[in-house]
Design a protein around this ligand. Structure first.
Ligand SMILES: Nc1nc2c(ncn2[C@@H]2O[C@H](COP(=O)(O)OP(=O)(O)O)[C@@H](O)[C@H]2O)c(=O)[nH]1
Ligand SMILES: [Mg+2]
Length: 283
């Protein structure tokens, strides 16, 4: 779990680092949590990435509601953004990302070929907020052999290109950007999925938000997991009832911990907290 506290100084440093590294890549790999395709984006993403070709990856797709993932991909694609939904823990990811990269860059590569330039290897860097899965994806793409490709002039000293295969190389330092803070609802979503530290928001609020969300969109999951739950009741009553039924007496904190952990671990099934059309990006 990331422990970064973001202050304005850290933000501008993170932004500078990403923008410096972006100069050396052919395209940028933006990693978001598929459960939060908007809420887990950096609020200044468009400005930071600029004109570089982008591949928007919805990671942790194995934890997300697959129908909503489809809707989100359609939404982004309709804005001309190339997307992919993956589980970084799977080997199949390597081919998916490589193929998407080649597709994203096919016009550029064709133009280069016309001019007699045969460019084989595409270079990218992974950027995203903490916990999006940047390290997991990078390690997956680089494979066990972690073939170091050597320093490239201009890239910050000590940074290297990791070879995924003949078509793809990844900068070994992912760009870590800050999450959205201002919006209360976004904060609750980030907390419920574990994208931000638990200390940042009260667990009772996170639990109530989660309970209400599942009540509205996935009531069957609650009924199945918490037998005897009365969905007609308001969240605080449900919490009291369930805490007692689980034998926790009046230790509500214990219920919050349990509930939030189970939601994060997918014990209540796959879910997506952002809904297409309900909110805008705030770039
Ligand atoms: N289920 C699932 N978990 C993932 C996936 N990608 C990353 N994770 C988990 O998410 C957590 C954060 O991943 P990490 O790579 O450290 O994120 P980073 O902070 O962006 O580098 C870890 O517990 C990973 O195991 C994925 O595609 N599916
Ligand atoms: Mg990491």
């Amino acid at each position: 779990m990331a422990t970064i506290q973001w202050f304005p100084g850290h933000m501008s440093k993170a932004r500078r680092q990403v923008q410096e590294n972006i100069k050396h890549v052919d395209f940028v790999t933006i990693l978001v949590d598929a459960r939060l395709p908007l809420s887990s984006q950096n609020p200044m993403l468009t400005k930071i990435v600029g004109d570089k070709p982008k591949l928007l990856i919805l990671n942790k797709a194995d934890l997300a509601d697959s129908n909503r993932t489809k809707e989100w991909r359609k939404h982004f694609e309709s804005q001309g953004i190339k997307t992919l939904a993956i589980n970084s823990k799977e080997q199949a990811t390597v081919k998916l990302v490589t193929d998407a990269a080649k597709d994203l860059m096919k016009d550029k590569l064709a133009k280069l070929r016309e001019r007699g330039i045969q460019k084989e290897t595409l270079r990218t860097m992974i950027i995203g907020i903490p916990n999006a899965g940047k390290s997991t994806l990078m390690n997956r793409l680089a494979g066990k052999k972690i073939a170091v490709v050597g320093n490239k002039p201009g890239v910050t000293k000590g940074q290297q290109w990791l070879k995924s295969n003949k078509d793809l190389e990844i900068l070994d330092t992912p760009g870590i950007l800050w999450p959205k803070f201002e919006d209360q609802l976004v904060g609750l979503k980030l907390a419920l999925t574990g994208a931000i530290k638990d200390q940042l928001l009260p667990m009772d609020e996170v639990t109530i938000f989660g309970l209400n969300y599942f009540k509205t969109y996935y009531p069957d999951r609650l009924l199945e997991r918490f037998k005897g739950i009365d969905l007609e009741e308001e969240a605080p009553e449900i919490i009291m009832e369930m805490t007692r039924k689980l034998g926790f007496r009046d230790d509500y904190d214990r219920f919050y911990q349990l509930f939030v952990k189970e939601v994060r671990d997918g014990k209540l099934g796959r879910y997506t907290l952002d809904i297409v059309g309900e909110e805008d990006g705030n770039d």
